[in-house]
Ligand binder design. Structure first.
Ligand code: PLP
Length: 410
């Protein structure tokens, strides 16, 4: 049963404020989502009751903290239907997860090997692969994006020639943070597997917006951030298939990840500890598990429908504005729309919308090469989440009309 979306707003304390004398309309969810009361309480509760270091202590608080931290790992595993909690590595977020995967997997690459990515990757799923390619002599190639406004999505036909046996890693985003379209991740993983390549999915924009089943998708690695799924900043996950993780070299070394140490060398623990050197981010992992409970209670299929419907409505309403260029497909999309006006710069749009209490994002969205390909310096992005309403789209469209009028665009 679908939740009552109007009740959801009450769970998010931050939403009940005015900005520039207007009710806050928060449409910057692709950058970071807001946090429900239960997540905030989990953070505070941990520091008030249980705070201690994990894994190495034998006293009550340390055992409680360890239990809560490892339960959080198990909760994240069920959230994405991982086979085993040991497949969940806690990181600072998507960026750190991809860097970890790139450096650990990159250790095995050699000249002649190919890393395949797509033209729509966020810098976080691009630059780490560029660095690995430079360091190893491997070649980085890209699946093209189709259409002047990227309305054709990924050029899947190009996979026939791009996915050769030389491809060792295929890294792609589930949902583009600029285009909003949903990539066919099951198919991409299947195609990667068919040539013996490992798949790495950037799930930053999808994980909090709908069901996500790593086993059904057939993913080898998945990276995501807590702060885009109603959880705290500073915590994220790298999922890796168990058999793979234990063959990988650790990215960082130090306390907690070693099983035996001599002055002359050390041996590593198995995953996940192997990849979590030092004191982990205990409180935020626990609060992230609470965010998983919150999203599951809302029903993630219902969230996907809600966010997608809001984005489709925004796309339709915005398309009536003069001189607008909407990116991505008009059809199936996740909860965001990205657009540009010929006459008004995205930064002006965002600054003027703030006067109306609306939080938007304008710029290249960490997609500089894609922007260049599309002949844009940036776009304005409105991104939706569980607490957004159709009425807020009315406010957005009215604000855009006001701004266009101010700039003399009619
Ligand atoms: N990948 C995508 C598609 C994103 O949208 C983002 C953030 O906007 C990232 C990666 C990086 O996430 P984080 O900054 O949380 O590491």
């Amino acid at each position: 049963m679908s939740p009552s979306w109007s009740n959801v707003r009450a769970d998010f304390p931050i939403l009940h404020q005015q900005v520039n004398g207007k009710p806050l309309v928060y449409l910057d969810n692709a950058a970071t989502s807001q946090k429900p009361r239960c997540v905030i309480d989990a953070l505070v509760g941990y520091y008030e009751r249980d705070n201690s270091n994990v894994h190495r202590g034998l006293h009550a608080l340390s055992m409680r903290a360890t239990d809560a931290y490892e339960s959080a790992r198990a909760r994240l595993a069920t959230f994405i239907n991982a086979a085993d909690a040991a497949e969940i590595i806690f990181t600072r977020g998507t960026t750190e997860s991809i860097n970890l995967a790139a450096r650990s997997l990159g250790a095995k690459l050699k000249p002649g090997d190919v890393i395949l990515a797509t033209e729509m990757e966020h810098h976080s799923n691009l630059v780490p692969w560029q660095q690995i390619a430079k360091a190893t002599g491997a070649t980085l190639r890209f699946v093209p994006v189709l259409g002047a406004n990227a309305e054709g999505g990924l050029d899947l036909a190009s996979l026939d020639s791009l996915l050769t046996p030389q491809v060792k890693i295929f890294a792609f985003t589930h949902i583009s943070n600029t285009l909003g379209g949903i990539n066919p991740v099951e198919e991409l993983c299947r195609r990667a597997r068919a040539v013996g390549a490992l798949s790495v999915i950037d799930a930053a924009q999808s994980i909090g917006h709908g069901p996500f089943d790593v086993r059904a998708i057939g993913a080898d690695f998945v990276a995501f951030s807590g702060h885009k799924m109603a959880g705290p900043t500073g915590i994220g996950v790298l999922y890796g298939r168990r058999g793979l993780l234990d063959t990988m070299v650790p990215d960082e070394t130090g306390g907690g990840m070693v099983s035996h140490v001599e002055y002359s060398g050390a041996r590593w623990k198995p995953a996940p500890e192997r990849f979590e050197a030092g004191t982990p981010n205990i409180a935020d992992a626990i609060a992230l598990a609470k965010a998983c409970d919150y999203l599951d209670a809302l029903d993630r299929a219902a969230i996907a429908k809600h966010d997608g419907e809001l984005a489709a409505l925004a796309y339709e309403r915005l398309s009536t504005l003069p001189g607008i260029r909407l990116l991505g497909t008009a059809g199936a999309r996740s909860g965001l729309v990205s657009f540009a006006f010929t006459e008004v710069h995205a930064h002006d749009i965002v600054t003027f919308a703030d006067e109306d209490g609306i939080a938007l994002r304008g710029g290249h969205h960490c997609n500089q090469p894609l922007m260049r390909k599309l002949g844009l310096t940036g776009t304005t992005r409105a991104s939706f989440y569980v607490y957004n309403t159709p009425e807020e789209i009315d406010v957005l469209v009215a604000s855009m009309r006001r701004i266009l009028k101010f700039f003399g665009v009619t």
